[in-house]
Each structure stands twice: as C-alpha cells, then as structure tokens.
Design a protein around this ligand. Sequence first.
Ligand code: NAP
Length: 317
Amino acid sequence: MPDGLGPALRTPLVDRLALVGMGLIGSSLARVCRRKGIARKIIAADLSPEVCARVRELGLADEVAESAPAAVAQADLVILCAPVGAMEAIARKVGPHLRAGAILSDVGSVKSAIIAAVAPHLPEHVRFVPAHPVAGTEMSGPDAGFASLFLDRWAILTPPPGTDPAAVSTVVDFWAAAGSHVEVMAPAHHDLVLAITSHVPHLIAYNIVGTAADLEEVTQSEVIKFSAGGFRDFTRIAASDPTMWRDIFLANKEAVLEMLGRFTEDLTALQRMIRRGEGDGLFDLFTRTRRIRRGIIEQGQETAAPDFGRGRADPAD
Ligand code: NAP
C-alpha cells in the first residue's frame, strides 16, 4: 500500500547524517531518510547498548557508531533525538568532535531551554538550527518508529538570530523531504504555543488519570470498564513516556505555568457556570470548542473518524 511519501529524491540532500538517540523519533527519521533517499549515509548512536543492537537488527542505519562523538565526527548534519534533559550532556560530549561547517539540529519538544543548554558547547564553526517535529505517538523506542510519522505534520525551526541562512534552508529542505510542513519562529514563541497545544493537555491527561486512579468511591475495574465515556482518550496521552514528559515540564516551566494559570481561571469560570446553572454559557463554550475541532480536521491534522483516527498514530506532541 502506498505510504504517501512519494518517490525518493534523485540526489541525497545530506551526505552523512548522524542521529544521536534512536528511539521513536530518531528511528522514524532513519526510516524516512532511507525510504526517501534523504541522506547518502546514516550513522546512528544511542546511549543504550540494547537500542544499538536493535537498530543493527532492524537495519535502520548504515553504521551504528560506538559513541555519539564517533558518530558526529563524520557527519555533515547531526540531529540530536534524545530526551530534552540529555541534550546538554550530549552537546558537551560531541561539541569538540563536530566537523567544520557541520549543521547541528535537534528534535526536542522545548526550544529556549535546549538552545541555552546546547549552544555554549558548540564551536564557532558549527551551525546550530534547533527544530521540533510536532508529530509523535505515546510509544517509545526504535521499534515504535515509522517512516510516515512526519507526513503532513508541522516541523518548527527556531534558529537563533544570525544563524547562517544556508543552514536553515538545508534543515527546511530536510523536513520537507520527510513530508512535513515547515514553519520558522522564535524559540520563546514556540514554547508558549506548545505549552497550550501540547504540554498543558498532557498535564491535564496525567492529572485526570491520576485522580481517577486514586478515587476511593469508584473501583479501578469500573474506571477501566466504563472508560469509553471519555476517560479512555485521556489515557492514551497519559501513557506517554515519563522521562520525556518530566523533562518537558521542567524545561518549559515558565510557559507551562503561564498557560496553566489561564486554564485554571477558565476552569473556575466553568465551575461557577455549573454551580449557578448557567446552561447558555456552557452551551456557547461547547459550540465554540466544537468549531476548533472541525478546523483541525479541515487542516488535515486529524480525521473525522469516530475512533479519533486511531487507524493512524495520532500526533501526541
Ligand atoms: P525515546 O523513544 O525514549 O528515545 C530516546 C532515545 O535516546 C532512547 O533510546 C534513549 O536511550 C536515548 N538516549 C538517552 N540519553 C542519551 C544520550 N545521552 N546519548 C544518546 N542517546 C540517548 O524518545 P523519543 O520519543 O524518540 O523522543 C526523543 C526526543 O524527541 C525528545 O527530546 C522529545 O522531546 C522529542 N519529541 C518527541 C515526540 C514524541 O511524541 N515522542 C515528538 C516530538 C519530539 P535510553 O532508552 O537508554 O534512555
């Protein structure tokens, strides 16, 4: 069955690509780069020997390097695909080994904190183009990846002021070849937008699933049995990787707290409407929110299928 990715490129965009971190995102990038011929050579590295062994078994890369410095030493484009909290340590380790003129990018879900952590470890001759593919699932690891993960999703680039435009253009072309739409924005703006579209929704899901799990009046088996009433859809998000999400909340603290403050105020207003029996207010809000979902479907970011598009992995981040 066609995967929607279209034909392979005539010539690779990148000669040697190094991917550091071969979980869901790193392995999906390796797959799409293979499938589309985006890089002539793919070099993979991961901290975990088990992940490295699995990457070899799956044949996801041309070479699995013994360490991150060994992987980046050969590469023209390096993409860090590790958890947000690991980025600084990786940058410190690989910085001295990066080639002159190499481009370093990443896929971290938070941008300002990563720029602050990574940039100081990069030599002058390296061009840094931070990025975030707004695509994912609640799964982790190299087996969870797939080539069409980024198809028709957005990739946001947040190059610091003064970044070489040629390097930005290479990273734009890279994500476009992977099937994504690309937008460039300031890192702080990215963090605010993602706080409301991704981070706070995850926090709400973690919270509601935690609350239900701790209820004393309702049994665990009832929560599971009657989950189709809405709870089930929160559990998908609340099953997301604990390391990744701990790092995101710690790294995007200010924007998350800002959006959480607004959310709490609106929740209090809703509470008041329910207490006072203000049905019209509730109806108006629910009508507006329904329009937002229609907009998301119209823009191809979700299907109208009653199963929430579960046939295809949902964007989780
Ligand atoms: P993942 O499946 O858990 O993969 C991360 C991989 O990085 C793991 O194999 C991990 O090894 C490895 N790693 C950890 N520390 C490392 C280090 N110091 N050096 C080399 N490898 C290291 O996570 P993911 O979902 O692909 O997420 C990776 C990044 O993408 C995160 O920054 C996340 O914010 C971002 N992102 C995720 C999504 C999503 O929906 N999942 C979407 C967009 C962006 P261990 O297993 O041994 O720790």
